[in-house]
Design a protein. Structure first.
Length: 134
């Protein structure tokens, strides 16, 4: 849904979906995921206004979208939960009860998300969004 949306952000009721990398501009924001400045990326600037526009209970993101979803949880007065797929993050035990993280074994993007739930699937691409069910 989010990948088909022009901005990479799609809302269905109180759930916000955020797509991962779709173009070179998104690629240029990869370093900001770990080095800071994600809140200045194009994907953030597409998702943040939509997040604020209507009440959001759940944020679903894949890859870069998962990084943005995780960052949105830091927004003051937010009690949303996040479902992350193939998230580029450092996590040893997923101690945040508001985050549910999923990845396929062998996914190079989520390799340091040790707290993720693993699910076989993804066909030939371990970073694929396919093979998960909500």
């Amino acid at each position: 849904m989010a990948y088909a949306a022009p901005t990479g952000v799609y809302r269905d009721g109180s759930t916000l979906y955020i797509a991962g990398t779709r173009n070179l501009d998104d690629v240029s924001s990869w370093p900001s995921v770990f080095l800071g400045g994600l809140d200045r990326s194009t994907r953030w600037n597409q998702a943040y206004p939509e997040f604020l526009a209507d009440p959001t209970d759940t944020i679903v993101g894949h890859s870069l979208g998962a990084a943005v979803a995780s960052k949105l949880l830091e927004t003051p007065n937010s009690d949303a939960v996040a479902r992350l797929y193939g998230a580029p993050r450092w996590s040893f035990n997923n101690s945040n009860p508001r985050i549910q993280s999923w990845s396929h074994p062998g996914d190079p993007v989520s390799v340091f998300d040790f707290g993720a739930n693993h699910r076989l699937g993804g066909a030939l691409n371990p970073h694929s969004y396919s093979g998960f069910s909500p």
